[in-house]
Design a protein around this ligand. Structure first.
Ligand code: SF4
Ligand code: SF4
Length: 79
């Protein structure tokens, strides 16, 4: 089985304009959001379509690989 990439997303809060576009485009259901109505920054994403990063009008979203501990909390994997 190939390794599944799990990413944590990081949001530059000084740039985010709270437009909600990242949540609107994300295929994950409600629950993968932050307290500021962006995609979650606390749980790894296992879908990694990267639509959130592409749609953000101010390029406030970046990512890093999840740590082994964080991967245990991964939300959703499309197979
Ligand atoms: S990579 Fe795709 S599935 Fe994961 S948070 Fe971004 S838009 Fe949602
Ligand atoms: S798309 Fe970008 S600017 Fe809009 S809410 Fe998400 S992180 Fe913030």
């Amino acid at each position: 089985m190939p390794a599944i990439a799990n990413y944590m997303f990081v949001i530059d809060w000084s740039a985010c304009i709270k437009c909600g576009a990242c949540v609107a485009v994300c295929p994950l259901e409600a629950g993968f959001t932050s307290a500021f109505d962006t995609i979650s920054i606390e749980k790894p994403c296992g879908v990694t379509c990267m639509a959130c990063e592409r749609v953000c009008p101010v390029s406030a979203i970046s990512n890093r690989p999840a740590t082994p501990e964080e991967r245990l909390k991964t939300v959703a994997q499309l197979v």
